[in-house]
Design a protein around this ligand. Structure first.
Ligand code: DMJ
Length: 622
């Protein structure tokens, strides 16, 4: 039988019509179209369906009789009684989701070229006063540089303190020399295997340790090293690459590091590089709400969120930790766009209901709705709270909104998260949809310093109360150190199952040279001058020397309860940026980077307070 007769259509030979084979091709093409439409639908369903975690949290609230928590849209009893109010709530949820769906589709349907166009139009807007196309950092307006007070310090009078301060400088020298010798230009040093190390936080960006360490080198008066680092930044720090980076990490370490280096030294190269990098980060804000993506490809300008984050959410501690740097980028570039982006984040947050006045860690940038109702003053939440307070302080206390947001948030944290153990240790627990997890992270320990820093401006009679609270948190965090064999704190410690301030899970026993506990000692020392804080800081120095110092630098350890260290072979860049800097300041006089003139970003990079009487800068921010 001829093949043609098997076909469901007539083939007319010698006609310039469809040949059997081309028909098959067409069919294949149609099939392919149908198939890809089907895949798109499935794919779309995953992305655009209502955030299942939100639905789950609704279910949780309904079945949890003991928790009378308020959900975003109503109370537990509202949800379970099936009243007309219920229907209204559901209708609103549906409407919100539909809106989010349309917005999300709209964004995601844009091809890369459209996104690029948007980015370019943003760049146009970047030009000062809307003139010309000069979005380039080299077209920056002239800024009269004036070094803020306290950029360098002086030797402490007390010989013991002087010697301790000198020892900490030696630790910095050792960390730096080894980085320079074995890992120059890499992001970090592997001090055991004596080679470079890079985590995926920076994509193919290079030199994290150099940029993060610049200001520490400067304040410790290590000027030759500072010069070498400056030269590397000038010649090698390059942002024009196909690299997917973490917007938060690059902002706090690179933008923050460059800004501080500029304010301390007055070198134009740092201002130029900071603004250039700031511009590169702007496409991250291309979401329907303006809440930035967590990850951004610096070349294509295409962003996305961490695949593990609740329903495609952005993270509170990430999008909430851009404010200080972006305000300074506007001040130094004369371009309001940076300030606009971070003020818009506030606007989005202000419009949302907060469960119990708390800020959940997850927020969907497409729908502008919360993801899972998890709250933490540690990982995923921490520096958001810090930046509310510091936004107010950095504005020379003119940003009243920042102030109110901070104290309101702290009040909710106090009420819902802060608890005292039976042994009398105050700790900050984590909140999971209304239930407490009695665990505190090393990261959370920064809160002692933050609360002390904010105590002064606290409403009504709260000042004394907040200083007390800060001191209690400092004590708890110190306990988490003293209860280990190495006298270094674990990544997380618990207050349940009969333990207090101790890590019970193997994967929470590590120490990666983090600064938060020492940071809190430094703030507490400055506000109280109680010698115990210097003593506690010195205990940490001794432990670092004993367990973390290796031939090729400083390394984290895998288990602080073990008797001998098992090194993780990473000298984190924040060890030079934060841990050693805070230790040095703990043993320095208070006028070195005084709180009156400087605010530390979350990576310990000092940024000057924008004084009311500095009209040229203050005006840029209006
Ligand atoms: C640093 O990069 C910053 O302090 C950040 O805010 C939290 N984590 C690390 C240090 O632990």
């Amino acid at each position: 039988m001829p093949v043609a007769s098997l076909l469901p259509f007539t083939v007319t030979p010698n006609r310039k019509s469809v040949s059997p084979t081309s028909f098959r091709l067409t069919e294949k093409f149609i099939l392919l179209l149908v198939f890809s439409a089907f895949i798109t639908l499935c794919f779309g369903a995953i992305f655009f369906l209502p955030d299942s975690t939100k639905l789950l949290s609704g279910v949780f609230f309904r079945s949890s009789s003991s928790v009378e928590s308020e959900t975003r849209t109503g109370t537990v009893s509202d949800m379970s009684t099936g009243t007309g109010k219920d229907e209204k709530i559901l209708a609103k949820i549906r409407k919100d989701h539909e809106k989010a769906l349309i917005e999300a589709k709209d964004t995601l349907q844009k091809g890369p070229s459209e996104i690029k166009q948007d980015i370019n139009s943003d760049k146009e807007k970047l030009a000062p006063n809307g003139q010309g196309k000069g979005a380039k950092a080299d077209s920056l307006p002239f800024v009269q540089y004036e070094r803020p007070p306290g950029a360098t310090g002086h030797e402490p009078a007390d010989p013991d303190i002087k010697a301790k301060r000198a020892k900490i400088k030696e630790m910095m020298q050792f960390s730096w020399d080894n980085y320079k010798r074995y890992a120059w230009g890499s992001n970090e040093l592997r001090p055991v295997s004596k080679q470079g190390h890079s985590s995926n936080l920076f994509g193919s960006l290079k030199g994290a340790t150099i940029v993060d360490a610049l200001d520490t080198l400067y304040i410790m008066e290590m000027y030759d090293e500072f010069e070498a680092a400056t030269e590397w930044v000038d010649k090698n720090l390059d942002f024009n690459m196909n690299a997917e980076i973490s917007v938060f990490e690059v902002n706090i370490r690179f933008v923050g590091g460059l800004l501080s280096a500029y304010y301390l030294s007055g070198k134009e190269v740092f201002r130029r590089k900071a603004v250039e990098l700031g511009e590169k980060l702007l496409p991250a804000f291309k979401t329907p709400t303006g809440i930035p993506w967590a990850l951004l490809n610096l070349k294509s300008g295409i962003g996305r969120n961490w695949p593990w984050a609740s329903g495609g959410s952005s993270i509170l501690a990430e999008y909430g930790t851009l404010h200080l740097e972006f305000m300074h980028l506007s001040a130094l570039s004369g371009r309001p766009v940076f300030a606009e982006k971070v003020m818009n984040i506030r606007k989005v947050l202000n419009r949302l209901d907060k469960p119990q006045g708390l800020y959940p860690n997850y927020l969907n940038p497409n729908s502008g709705q919360w993801g899972q109702h998890h709250v933490s003053v540690g990982g995923l939440g921490d520096s958001f709270y810090e930046y509310l307070l510091k936004a107010w302080l950095m504005s020379d206390k003119t940003d009243e909104e920042g102030k109110k947001l901070y104290y309101d948030a702290l009040q909710a944290v106090e009420k819902n998260l802060i608890r005292k153990s039976s042994g009398g240790l105050t700790y900050i627990a984590e909140w999971k949809g209304g239930l407490l997890e009695h665990k505190m992270g090393h990261l959370t320990c920064f809160a002692g310093g933050m609360i002390a820093l904010g105590a002064d401006g606290a409403p009504d009679d709260k000042t004394g109360h907040q200083m007390e609270l800060a001191a209690e948190i400092a004590r708890t965090c110190h306990e988490s150190y003293t209860r280990t064999s190495m006298k270094l704190g674990p990544e997380a410690f618990r207050f349940d199952g009969g333990v207090e301030a101790i890590a019970t899970r193997q994967n929470e026993k590590y120490f990666i040279l983090r600064p938060e506990v020492i940071e809190t000692y430094m703030y507490m020392w400055r506000f109280t001058h109680d010698p115990k804080y210097r003593q506690w800081g010195w205990e940490a120095v001794e432990a670092l020397e004993k367990y973390c110092r290796v031939e090729g630098g400083y390394s984290g350890v895998r288990d602080v309860y073990a008797n001998t260290p098992n090194h993780d072979d990473v000298q984190q860049s924040f060890y030079l940026a934060e841990t050693l800097k805070y230790l040095y300041l703990l043993f320095s006089d208070d006028d070195h980077l005084s709180f009156e003139h400087w605010v530390f970003n979350t990576e310990a990079h000092p940024l000057p307070v924008i004084k009311k009487q500095t009209p040229e800068i203050a005006n840029q921010l209006k």
